[in-house]
Design a binder for this molecule. Structure first.
Ligand code: GLC
Ligand code: MG
Length: 576
């Protein structure tokens, strides 16, 4: 094991800005698909470190790394067997230290993923629980129960796994008989921890310190709404769509969003706040919770700093729906003084360049898009994706990007079944394609094997041919390319201070199919307009367009020439 940096504040990018996260643009790296350093076809930490320049060039503030810890990979690393080590597939702890150091040297903060709801079934605690048998203290860290029915042959309750099939698996006891059942809201390789157990609580406080001591700037907290289950584990008859939470008026599921989870985050917050410079370490909740007012409870002043705002991700590509998602998110967060977050893509949903090219641009959480589904219109999807991103980057708060979206990557909708690894696919017997299509390794170099993802040309999931034209080297320096659009938007966002300040809808320019907002930032006044109407709309008088998502070279000049904003285009304009 290598020595962690002596003083983490020394390596922090800009110690002065302790609330950097309030308006940060944060880039999600999915380690197995970002860049493969050793040529085994699986992305790894040295691969990421070697490509961090790409993120610095994009202008983002931070990188969030999906799990890279020791794992048997039953759920691509979201099944952690050792929270304090790196899986050999991804490298070593020394590689993690080097990554953090290089990121900090480039001015990038580093957020790591924390998976507290469940461990892997290969975690030392779970193995000990199996060996120790029923009634042992080892079993109390998890949720073991006797089955129902005469022989205990029925699961303890009727809960279903988010990934399909039952949420309980029966174990064989040390004496060889069929015995108790354990709860797993996800795959059977992901047993749920019992968060009423003091050792579970203590363990995670220590894991937080372990990574903070190595210099990380924050944590993305996996399934933050799931840790506490209702007393007595009552039956729940509803389906569990991937991570669906409480609805505005429906009943409250016994496994999601229990009030008691908040105590846990208050305790974590005190740990984060004890690191220097005070207030600079952050947590972001992954919590699929509705309505936004319930989600806002996770970001009260003494809890987490941010929560992913999936209301916006799930909104249809229609002006009223988008306006409503923005308004509801903003007002819920303002009530607790927390910044709102915005996200369009991640490793669990169909990429927005494809989602928005379908008739139903909802969120497609967890279910994916397969060869038998109606195929998205790639051109329309990308056009809308660019407009959606420019709208997102103009909103106050913090924005999350998912690797490859800056290239306009589509979902891989025609992966062969043999290639699929997502447990969602297997636990649904192939009836749901799952999430592999958004996890395909990203293209760096059009003419290289595996499009430059891996030096040997290996790739754990096959890449579709469309990836060639979208490779980084094909877009770099090409005016109007999606990559250059992202760079420009991120730079302007910072220069114009768009991450902060007020938002007002413009009632004159806006309509049922035009979104028009005025942003007053500490640095000026900006008009942001997205045209969702079937026909072009006129560029308002007295403005100077500084960004347009129209493709082709010099889109801003083109716009000045025609005087109109085409369908599915977003512009940013300064008021003269
Ligand atoms: C989160 C992750 C997802 C994972 C699940 C179980 O939703 O984003 O990828 O499968 O938690 O850990
Ligand atoms: Mg590798």
């Amino acid at each position: 094991m290598s020595t962690p940096p002596a003083s983490s504040s020394e390596t922090s990018p800009s110690p002065a800005s302790t609330t950097w996260w309030r308006d940060a643009v944060i880039y999600q790296v999915y380690p197995r698909s970002f860049a493969d350093g050793d040529g085994d076809g699986i992305g790894d930490l040295p691969g990421i470190t070697a490509r961090l320049d790409h993120l610095a060039g994009l202008g983002v503030d931070a990188v969030w790394l999906s799990p890279f810890y020791t794992s048997p990979m039953a759920d691509a690393g979201y099944d952690v067997a050792d929270y304090r080590d790196v899986d050999p597939l991804f490298g070593t702890l020394a590689d993690a230290d080097r990554l953090i150091e290089r990121a900090h040297a480039l001015g990038l903060r580093v957020i790591v993923d924390l998976v507290p709801n469940h461990t892997s079934d290969q975690h030392a605690w779970f193995r000990a629980a199996l060996t120790a048998g029923p009634g042992s203290p080892e079993r109390e860290r998890y949720i073991f129960r006797d089955g129902r029915g005469p022989d205990g042959a029925e699961p303890p309750n009727n809960w279903k796994s988010v990934f399909g099939g039952p949420a309980w698996t029966r174990v064989t006891e040390p004496d060889g008989t069929l015995g108790q059942w354990y709860l797993h809201l996800f795959d059977s390789g992901q047993p749920d921890l019992d968060w009423n157990h003091p050792e579970v609580r203590a363990e995670f406080l220590d894991v937080l310190r372990f990574w903070l001591d190595r210099g990380v700037d924050g944590f993305r907290v996996d399934v933050a709404n799931g840790l506490v289950k209702a007393e007595g584990l009552p039956d729940w008859d509803e389906e569990l769509a991937l991570l669906s939470g409480a609805t505005e008026d429906g009943p409250t599921p016994p496994m999601w969003d229990r009030d008691e989870v908040h105590e846990i985050y208050r305790e974590w917050r005190t740990v984060l706040d004890s690191y220097e410079p005070a207030g600079s370490r952050m947590m972001v909740a992954e919590a699929w919770v509705e309505p936004p007012s319930r989600l806002a409870m996770y970001v009260r002043p003494d809890e987490m700093h941010q929560a992913f705002n999936f209301t916006y991700l799930g909104a249809a590509w229609e002006a009223p729906a988008l306006r409503d998602a923005v308004d509801r998110s903003m007002s819920a967060n303002e009530a607790v003084g927390a910044p709102t977050t915005w996200v369009l893509s991640n490793h669990d949903v169909v990429r927005h360049a494809s989602r928005l090219g379908t008739g139903k641009p909802g969120s497609f959480v967890g279910i994916g898009l397969g060869p038998d589904d109606p195929q998205p219109d790639a051109e329309l999807g990308l056009r809308r994706a660019r407009a959606a991103t420019a709208l997102m980057l103009a909103l106050p708060g913090s924005a999350y990007l998912y690797q490859g979206e800056e290239l306009g990557l589509p979902e891989h909708t025609t992966l062969p079944d043999e290639a699929r690894e997502d447990p969602t696919f297997h636990r649904h017997n192939g009836q749901v394609v799952g999430r592999d299509g958004c996890r395909v390794p990203i293209p760096w170099v059009a003419d290289a094997p595996a499009y430059g993802f891996s030096p040997t040309g290996e790739s754990w999931l096959p890449q579709p041919p469309e990836f060639g034209e979208l490779a980084v080297d094909r877009q770099e320096g090409v005016e109007g390319s999606t990559l250059e659009l992202y760079r420009r938007a991120i730079r302007l966002r910072r220069e114009l201070g768009l991450g902060q300040g007020e938002l007002r809808w413009d009632p004159t320019l806006g309509s049922d199919d035009v979104l028009a907002m005025r942003r007053s930032t500490p640095l000026g006044e900006v008009l942001v307009l997205t045209n969702l109407a079937p026909d072009p709309v006129a560029v308002p008088d007295g403005v100077r367009v500084v960004l347009s998502t129209e493709d082709g070279p010099h889109p801003e000049r083109e716009l000045a020439r025609t005087g109109t904003i085409a369908t599915d285009v977003t512009i940013w304009a300064l008021l003269d």
